[in-house]
Design a protein around this ligand. Sequence first.
Ligand code: PXP
Length: 237
Amino acid sequence: MAKLGVNIDHVATVREARKTYEPDPIEAARICEEAGCDSIVCHLREDRRHIRDTDVITLRETVKTRLNLEMSVAADIVEIACKVKPDQATLVPEKRAEVTTEGGLDVKKNFTKIRSVVSELMDNGIEISLFINPSRPQIFESARTGAKIIELHTGVYANAKNDTQRRKELEVLKRATIYAQSLGLEVNAGHGLNYDNVRDVALIKGMNELNIGHSIISRAIFTGLGQAVEEMLRIIR
Ligand code: PXP
């Protein structure tokens, strides 16, 4: 059975809309863990658009499951990771202008840099996952960096225009998983997974963990909005 990592970035996105203290991603992590998730994921972006350094430090102290820090290979972020020591770091490509992580790492092109960051983080006792597109060359190069985990980018699958394309992309993910496992890699997946499309990915044989953020936080707004209005009305009336 696939595990679930909940990405809490967008709780912090709402907080940053007002640069205030609520909603608190630390409290969000606590609720996610109480609900049974297997890990907490957050992305300390170079532009700090949602998660702050202090969030990562506090999460390290409060998360009871596993803390998975998404991060670029930028030197200052690597330094923070080595100090904070999350259970796992997931290396992702990062462009400042992007709305979200747009594609996987190009491990082939940036092999030397990625391998050196992988070994620095592993020397600090951090497990490393590489976020890559489901392509054989990227999987092969990922294994060569020394990383033991990959996370397959499910964006193309999630954005498929019709069922035929979706089934084709699911096959791509399945084949990528089999190939990665044959190289001894643990396989996670994520990006764009939601309540409609997650099931088939969760059923991929040996799929270890799915990392999901936007759809869970979006759903939480509507499962909680009615109660929030009722509470406010009770105070006003
Ligand atoms: N996995 C990785 C590596 C990501 O960068 C993201 C987005 O931050 C996710 C999973 C979660 O994607 P989504 O928010 O679309 O569920």
